[in-house]
Ligand binder design. Structure first.
Ligand SMILES: CN(C)C(=N)NCCC[C@H](N)C(=O)O
Length: 254
């Protein structure tokens, strides 16, 4: 089986200063965050993913949410340009690590903005959230980069959540799952199903039959187990206080 790698980035000392947009600021316990992050990384490894640690970006409180500064497709790493200027310093370390791994580098250029958390790939389609972090120019540039892989890009308005993947992710069979109160356009997806909890909208596909989910969504985990999936759960409460979810803490390189 080819090597399956996932990028991760250890939380820095400024984590508690991370951005919050749709929820109130809450105190973050740094020790607990580190131990939750270590367990998350271990869950990836237990499922057969080799983890590659990007050096920490100590001046960037949100750097642990490594999904946002890059979109990787095949051998191409597209460095994003966040709509939150505070997050733009995260790219340099990600670029250096991906260059060392042999990736070609492209970038979203001004006036485009894009966060990886807005990019949901389902089969040959990349749904891209158009909202606070990602603009139309960013989506157009991403579409140009993904075209060589035969991937078509479709913009989806995101108004009630931080990122598209705060609201929806996809099961291995392509069904898009979400938490209805924050999904603006469920009809944008060929198959959509609402889940009973906010954290139930977020799955990381570890294997075609194995999902990683947050411990905050026990009803959804049971529901998906009932459908035949193996579900591993991890407690990521300290990251949820910063509007993070399971997808944001890694980038799977496939
Ligand atoms: C899918 N999601 C939610 C993400 N990819 N990223 C979460 C980033 C959270 C960070 N505090 C921020 O506000 O940028």
């Amino acid at each position: 089986m080819p090597v399956r790698r996932a990028l991760i980035r250890r939380p820095g000392l400024l984590l508690a200063d991370g951005l919050v947009t749709h929820i109130d600021k809450q105190p973050v316990d740094l020790d607990r965050a580190l131990s939750q992050w270590l367990s998350y990384a271990e869950a990836l490894r237990c499922a057969g993913w080799e983890t590659v640690e990007v050096p920490p970006a100590d001046d960037c409180p949100d750097a642990v949410f490594i999904e946002d500064p890059v979109v990787v497709q095949g051998d191409l790493a597209i460095l994003a340009r966040s709509g939150a200027p505070e997050r733009r310093g995260e790219s340099a370390g990600v670029e250096a690590t991906l260059r060392d791994l042999g990736y070609r580098i492209a970038r979203i250029e001004e006036p485009g903005t894009l966060d990886g958390g807005d990019v949901l790939r389902v089969g040959g389609t990349a749904y891209v959230g158009l909202g606070g972090r990602t603009n139309g120019a960013g989506i157009q540039q991403l579409a140009n980069h993904l075209r060589e892989f035969g991937i078509r890009t479709q913009a989806v308005t995101v108004e009630r959540a931080l990122h598209l993947k705060s609201a929806v992710t996809a099961l291995p069979d392509g069904t898009v799952i979400g938490w209805d109160p924050v999904v603006d356009w469920p009809g944008a997806f060929p198959a959509y199903e609402g889940m009973p909890e906010e954290g139930g909208a977020h799955v990381v596909i570890l294997d075609p039959d194995h999902l990683l989910m947050a411990a905050s969504a026990p009803q959804t985990a049971d529901l998906l187990r009932g459908r035949g999936y193996r579900v591993t759960t991890v407690d990521i409460s300290e990251f949820e206080k910063l509007e993070g979810c399971v997808t944001c803490l890694s980038v799977r390189l496939r």
